[in-house]
Design a protein around this ligand. Sequence first.
Ligand code: ADP
Ligand code: MG
Length: 311
Amino acid sequence: MTSDGPPPRTAEMEPDELLEPDTATSSSPPAGRLAAASPDADSAAGAETRDVDATPGLSVKLDQLRAFYGEAEAVKGVDLEFRANEVTAIIGPSGCGKSTLVRCINRMHEEIPGAHAEGSVLLDDLNVYAGSVDVVAVRRAIGMVFQKPNPFPTMSIFDNVASGLRLSSRRRGERSKAAMGAKVESALRGAGLWEEVSERLTEAGAGLSGGQQQRLCIARSLAVDPEVILMDEPCSALDPIATLKIEELIAELKRRVTIVIVTHNMQQAARVADRTAFMLDGRLVEVGPTQDIFTKPSDARTEEYVTGKFG
Ligand code: ADP
Ligand code: MG
């Protein structure tokens, strides 16, 4: 990937961009909606509406995914598809491997000393574990929001959002002040935070409430135009009002990204998720439309869990 390379494209990150240059040229670009994206990425005006409509998310498919901490196997061969532009909730008792599984999706699991993953994770049709794949690019395409909001505390609200952009902007146009400002505003609007912070962009991120900080983290991941956002219990540190705001935001965000959300809150899964996956002891027990998982699961263990008999 060179800074003076191909013409700008709307999608900051397309699967073929995840590849090192030699393989990027030999792999055929994914068809359909990616090709339809507007070529006008750097112009500020109207970027927001266009982003929402023009660059939808991509599906993620786990194929016999296994994850280890040393010898201990925490995820034991999971096949699971997260459909594009849907919200999939992952539920299951503490320790069943939900966090480990989502950290495998953007290759963060392997950062833990002694940890490794096996099997494959396909973003659209690209295996993010393929040898030729750029791990940093994977983490831009597949953003992550954690349980505890983790903005850079002393950094300004503006810089918190711009930080990912500064690291990833390869084209000079994207680094210009005006382009950066437009991207930051668009990301903050996308995260439903702009109205609350537009007058205080230079203040420290730590000065925001917990719910605002979580939306700031969402804005930070949106700024680099991800395909997928992974959320690991994003509301468990928030009050009910802030939680509701994040849930409303998730419903908006799925128009532009694919969302995977780990939650301990059954009502939350029922409210936000199109599909729900139930895990137990490192394995997927079942996945299906959320309504079905809660009202007529096919496995007795799912029924026991969703009706509160264990976990
Ligand atoms: P969940 O998110 O469903 O509560 P986790 O993915 O955190 O589950 O944990 C799954 C299993 O992996 C548990 O047995 C847990 O103890 C183990 N585990 C999680 N993180 C680590 C780690 N950093 N080192 C070693 N074992 C871990
Ligand atoms: Mg967890």
